[in-house]
Design a protein around this ligand. Structure first.
Ligand code: ZN
Length: 136
């Protein structure tokens, strides 16, 4: 249910963006429709023009605002996704970051690895052999 939160957040950002765009489109259309109905009684071309302009403003700024505000959520989703990817790649290599100091981490540290050059028993966290100094 809470797997792939990053991807869910990104989808949510897209959904919010589209809701905002559709909402501003509906808002603009309703302004135009009510404006054209009102101008039918007044026969004023200047008010029709200003209503058309207000509708256009609502449409453009509504779309822009919902688009820009979805960036933050999208970026956060991407960040979570990237963090997951980094953690997964670290876990698959058996090397967890030190701040994730769990029992799993300790069991990895307690394991030993043999140096391929001299056969000395090295701790798993060693990158160079303590006996011969070669990288392992
Ligand atoms: Zn060695």
């Amino acid at each position: 249910m809470f797997d792939n939160i990053g991807r869910k957040l990104k989808t949510l950002a897209k959904v919010f963006c589209w809701i905002g765009i559709i909402g501003s489109l509906i808002g603009a259309i309703s302004i135009w429709v009510s404006g054209s109905q009102a101008s039918r009684y007044r026969y004023s071309s200047s008010s029709t023009l200003s209503i058309a302009f207000i509708g256009l403003l609502v449409l453009v700024f509504g779309c822009l605002l919902s688009w820009i505000s979805s960036w933050a959520l999208y970026a956060f989703g991407e960040m979570v996704e990237d963090t997951d990817a980094i953690r997964n790649s670290l876990e698959s290599r058996g090397r967890r970051p030190s701040y994730l100091n769990t029992t799993e981490q300790k069991s990895i540290q307690e394991e030993k690895k043999d140096c391929p050059y001299c056969g000395a028993r090295n701790s798993m966290e060693n990158t160079t052999c303590y006996a011969c100094g070669k990288s392992i």
